[in-house]
Design a protein around this ligand. Structure first.
Ligand SMILES: [Zn+2]
Ligand SMILES: [Zn+2]
Length: 318
């Protein structure tokens, strides 16, 4: 089971009705935050999921509505007595953006690692001290979160993110017996450890069954609908996508400002064959997004509008 909270659904500037677009993923009590505009920590405080357990912050791009909340949030995480390092992932330029913002939050009781424009997917595993990036991408045994990124088409270097939560295979008595694994090793091997016993090496694959389907979550803002996006978001269980403009009449504006309309986001959801679309990053000029929801539903029925602190729980299907 995995919980998501959309902390805000606004784009451009926070308003009394909408905080800025940001998403919090909570898996087994550890957290990944995506984007951190002005006021993100206010919405987090209202949500009440805590600050200390944020291990990873993914930033889509450097625009203020996605980054300006960072120094305040980092200080609050410090005040929550965190001492374990925290990782920030972002597009080209993220190092200087974070260092610039850190001028006003220079002293933190934990280290910050920055990963700028990762070329390969990153694999997060659960350690005692939180989610850690694992060098070796072998995620056959342990439950992990695999983060993939895609370069988007916006007025600044921008990354789309997908999170694939893997599921460990079931224990297989049949395989363990077939591979003549002594019973006293079963438990250890199931947990993912390789064991040497009486001079012989045993590995987890010898006691486990086949792979099981995980959960895929995709988060895409701010961008035009680039050609490779349907492949990137393909078969997501949950697709969070910008719909800066609801009205089809605003198409020209969307092209000019490198954003999307509801209809364009829904077309991506349809082509990518996702299960569910949640629209977010609404223009502050669009006071009432509800009146345009059918522009999305016409194309992709399972579309809905994001709301501040909208919560979704996703479960493994088998
Ligand atoms: Zn934005
Ligand atoms: Zn932007």
């Amino acid at each position: 089971m995995i919980d998501l909270a959309l902390l805000g659904c606004g784009g451009g500037m926070p308003t009394p009705e909408r905080y800025l677009t940001s998403l919090l993923i909570n898996y087994k009590g550890r957290k990944v935050l995506i984007d951190c505009g002005e006021g993100t920590q206010v919405s987090m405080k209202l949500l009440g999921w805590g600050f200390k357990s944020i291990d990873i912050i993914c930033i889509t791009h450097g625009h203020g509505d996605h980054t300006v909340g960072l120094p305040g949030l980092l200080a609050t995480i410090g005040n929550s007595c965190r001492t374990e390092p925290l990782t920030i992932i972002g597009p080209e330029g993220i190092t200087s953006i974070v260092n610039g913002l850190r001028v006003v939050a220079p002293y933190l009781p934990y280290d910050i690692n920055i990963i700028e424009a990762p070329e390969d997917s990153l694999c997060l595993t659960f350690m005692k001290e939180g989610l850690k990036i694992q060098e070796n991408n072998d995620h056959h045994v342990n439950e992990t979160i695999v983060i993939s990124t895609l370069s988007l088409d916006h007025s600044a270097p921008c990354l789309g993110y997908s999170f694939y939560i893997t599921r460990s295979p079931k224990f297989s008595v049949e395989n363990a017996t077939l591979n003549e694994v002594p019973k006293i090793l079963w438990n250890k091997l199931q947990k993912g450890d390789t064991v040497i016993h009486e001079g012989k090496t045993y590995n987890p694959a010898q006691v486990l069954g086949s792979k099981r389907k995980g959960i895929k979550i995709s988060y895409v803002t701010d961008t035009r609908p680039v050609e490779v996006l349907p492949e990137f978001i393909k078969e997501s269980d949950f697709f969070i996508c910008e719909g800066t403009y609801g009205d089809d009449e605003d198409f020209e504006k969307a092209v000019k400002n490198k954003h999307m309309t509801f209809r364009e986001a829904a077309a991506l959801a349809k082509t990518g064959n996702v299960k569910e679309l949640l629209l977010t990053h609404f223009s502050p000029a669009m006071a009432n997004a509800e009146i345009y929801i059918n522009n999305a539903k016409d194309v992709f029925e399972n579309s809905q509008l994001g709301e501040d602190r909208y919560i979704k729980t996703l479960s493994f299907t088998d």
